[in-house]
Design a protein around this ligand. Structure first.
Ligand SMILES: CC(C)(COP(=O)(O)OP(=O)(O)OC[C@H]1O[C@@H](n2cnc3c(N)ncnc32)[C@H](O)[C@@H]1OP(=O)(O)O)[C@@H](O)C(=O)NCCC(=O)NCCS
Length: 332
C-alpha cells in the first residue's frame, strides 16, 4: 500500500480522487453536490487562505485507489492542530484501511509536533462514529448544514421581516462591496471578521483565529483563484463610520446555480439591531439581481448557534444534515 500526494496540477490524479470521494458521497451523503475535478484542483491549489490541505490517494497492491486521506496543518494560528479527513471507498471498507490511515495521520501529527487531531463524520452515521471511537477519538462538537431553496422561500414573510429589520437598523447604512478591496477597507473588515470567533465551537480544542489585512487579502486571492464571484455586504454605522456587521456569499463559475454562504458576523458592540437578518435579506436581493440563475444557497452553522440558525430559518433555510466533529489528543 502506498500514499500518493495529489498534485493540484495533475488533473488525472485529482479526477481519480474526486471519483472516489463521489462514490463514497453517494452512499454517505447523497444530499450534497457531487465534487467537480476542476473545482477540487483549485481548492487543492489555493485552499481557504493560500495555505491548502494536502490530499493523498491510498493505493493498493493492484494499483487501485481505495481511500483518500487529507491532512491540513494550519500555519497562521492553531499550531497544535491537524484537521484530517479519511474516506474509504465503499467497496473497500472493513478491511483495515481506515485504521491504517488514522495511524498514519497520528504519525504525521506527532512528526509535526501537533497534539490535537480532528476528524468529522455525519452525526447519524453510527458506523463511522464507532470507527472513530475505536480509534481513540471523542465527540467534541457538531455543525449543521442548511439549504435555502429560493423557489420555496415565502417572499411575503421575508418582506415583512425586512421592513422590521430596516426600522431596527436605522443607524446603519448597507454597502455592497465587490473585490478587489482596498487595504483601507480590509483594515476596517478585520475587527468584524474576528467576531466569527464568538461563534460556539463545542468542546473542540481551538484558539481564536487571527485575522489581519494580509490574511484577508490572501483569503480574497484564494477565492478568486478558485473561481468564486464574491458578494460582501457591510453594515456601516452612520455615526462612527465603523463596520458593525457583514455577510458574504460566493458563487463559483463551475457551479453557478448553487451559491455558498460565507461568514455572517455582527460585532458585539453592534448587536441587537437586527443587522444579521437585514444583511442576509439584502444579500438575497442583490443575488436575485446579479446571479438570477442561483437556485439554492448552502450554509453551515455550529448546531448550537441559535441566533444565526433562527435568522436562517426565518428566511427559509431548512436543515439538510448535522455533522459531528471528533477530537483526539496526543499526550506523548
Ligand atoms: C469510517 C471509515 C473511514 C472506516 O473505514 P474502514 O476502512 O471501513 O475501517 P476499518 O476497516 O479500519 O474498521 C476498523 C474498525 O472500526 C469499526 N467500524 C468501521 N466501520 C464500521 C461500521 N460501519 N459499523 C460499525 N463499526 C465500524 C469496527 O470496529 C472495525 O473493525 P471490524 O471491521 O474488525 O469490526 C469509512 O467507513 C468511511 O470512509 N466512512 C465515510 C467517511 C467518514 O465518515 N469518515 C469518518 C472518519 S474520518
Amino acid at each position: 500500500m502506498r500514499l500518493v500526494a495529489v498534485d493540484p496540477h495533475d488533473l488525472t490524479a485529482v479526477t481519480a480522487s474526486v471519483e472516489l470521494l463521489n462514490a463514497a458521497q453517494l452512499v454517505d451523503d447523497p444530499d450534497d453536490h457531487p465534487g467537480i475535478p476542476e473545482l477540487a484542483a483549485r481548492w487543492l491549489e489555493f485552499g481557504w487562505d493560500l495555505d491548502p490541505e494536502t490530499r493523498y490517494l491510498y493505493v493498493n497492491a493492484e494499483g487501485q485507489a481505495v481511500a483518500v486521506l487529507e491532512v491540513d496543518l494550519p500555519r497562521r494560528d492553531n499550531l497544535h492542530l491537524v484537521w484530517g479527513s479519511v474516506v474509504v471507498h465503499p467497496e473497500h471498507r472493513r478491511r483495515g484501511h481506515g485504521t491504517a490511515l488514522v495511524a498514519e495521520l497520528v504519525r504525521r501529527a506527532r512528526e509535526a509536533g501537533r497534539t490535537t487531531i480532528w476528524l468529522g463524520t455525519a452525526e447519524d452515521d453510527l458506523g463511522s462514529r464507532a470507527f472513530l471511537e475505536a480509534n481513540g477519538f471523542h465527540y467534541a462538537s457538531h455543525d449543521a448544514r442548511r439549504k435555502q431553496v429560493l423557489s420555496e422561500v415565502d417572499s411575503t414573510a421575508v418582506d415583512a421581516l425586512h421592513t422590521k429589520a430596516v426600522e431596527a437598523a436605522a443607524d446603519y447604512v448597507l454597502e455592497r462591496l465587490e473585490p478587489p478591496h482596498s487595504d483601507e477597507l480590509l483594515a476596517q473588515l478585520v475587527e468584524v471578521t474576528e467576531a466569527i470567533n464568538d461563534a460556539p465551537m463545542g468542546d473542540l480544542t481551538f484558539e481564536d483565529e487571527v485575522f489581519d489585512v494580509a490574511r484577508l487579502r490572501d483569503i480574497e486571492t484564494a477565492r478568486e483563484g478558485r473561481g468564486d464571484r464574491i458578494y460582501r455586504l457591510a453594515a456601516r454605522h452612520r455615526e462612527t463610520g465603523g463596520i458593525g456587521g457583514h455577510t458574504l456569499v460566493v458563487v463559483n463559475q463551475l457551479r453557478p446555480e448553487h451559491a455558498g454562504q460565507g461568514d455572517t458576523a455582527v460585532h458585539r458592540d453592534h448587536r441587537g439591531h437586527r443587522l444579521g437578518l437585514l444583511l442576509k435579506i439584502e444579500m438575497m436581493r442583490w443575488l436575485a439581481e446579479t446571479e438570477p440563475q442561483v437556485t439554492s444557497i448552502s450554509t453551515w452553522n455550529h448546531a448550537d448557534n441559535r441566533y444565526m440558525i433562527d435568522v436562517n430559518e426565518a428566511i427559509g433555510y431548512r436543515l439538510s444534515r448535522v455533522f459531528a466533529m471528533y477530537e483526539r489528543t496526543l499526550t506523548d
